[in-house]
Write a protein that binds this ligand. Structure first.
Ligand SMILES: N[C@@H](CCC(=O)N[C@@H](CS)C(=O)NCC(=O)O)C(=O)O
Length: 229
């Protein structure tokens, strides 16, 4: 049975990236329906697929799964060989804990530093609340890398669901040049170097729809040269 992922604009839709990169990195085949965000008919179009009215939405036969973390759990159940969660019990418990923490939190960081892949790297002044989020995120990354990350450059070695949850945060650190330690910097680079992330970002660069509230330099819309329209 074929899977369909309903998602938003690749430049801005951080929650969509989480589901998409997990599937792409695991080599799971799926069709894509892209609904542009921030338009008068956006909500109505999303609601044609999910009563929650938010993307991403995964359609798997009769199952309609919304909420990015639920999508990751569904994928892990449907594709056990993809290894989306670590095989080791303690590592898996830790991966689920930090993925849940990400899903439920970090609103100051997410609000102040919206995901915006085409914005050139430029430092943004942070508030105390955002700084506190930054400190906790980097603590999460360091702890996972140090305890579980021996087998590769990602949080639990190879790329998995926890990385999918943190990938959009890694892009925010990059875009807004958020100062961080060397372990976090290496992790951010690993995310940016992953072929699935590069494929998503290349597609984002081709988009044209601007969402004013996600452009921190508004009324300027700064785009890296490769994303110039
Ligand atoms: N908690 C949800 C958040 C989803 C979410 O906020 N998605 C945004 C796009 S990144 C959305 O659908 N916005 C459209 C709207 O609110 O009309 C998840 O984990 O999937």
């Amino acid at each position: 049975m074929s899977l369909t992922l309903v998602s938003g604009n690749k430049n801005y839709s951080s929650w969509s990236l989480r589901a998409w990169i997990a599937m792409a990195a695991a080599g799971i085949a799926f069709e894509e329906v892209l609904i542009p965000l921030g338009r008068p008919d956006t909500k109505e179009r999303i609601k044609e697929h999910s009563p929650a009215g938010k993307v991403p939405v995964l359609i798997d036969g009769d199952a309609v799964i919304f909420e990015s973390l639920a999508i990751l759990e569904h994928l892990a159940e449907r594709f056990p060989k993809a290894g989306l969660w670590p095989a080791d019990l303690a590592a898996r418990a830790h991966a689920r804990s930090i993925a849940s923490e990400m899903h439920a939190g970090f609103q100051p960081l997410r609000g102040h530093c919206p995901m915006n892949l085409w914005r050139p790297v430029e430092r943004l002044a942070l508030t105390a609340e955002v700084e506190a989020n930054v400190a906790r995120v980097t603590e999460i990354w360091r702890a996972a890398r140090e305890r579980f990350g021996n087998g590769g450059p990602f949080l639990f070695g190879s790329f998995g669901a926890a990385d999918a949850m943190f990938a959009p945060i890694a892009t925010r650190f990059h875009t807004y040049d958020i100062p961080c330690d060397s372990v976090s910097r290496a992790y951010i680079q690993a995310i940016h170097g992953h072929p699935a992330f590069k494929a998503w970002r290349d597609a984002a660069f081709k988009e044209t729809l601007v969402i004013e509230q996600d452009e921190v330099d508004w009324p300027k819309v700064k785009r890296v040269p490769e994303a110039a329209v």
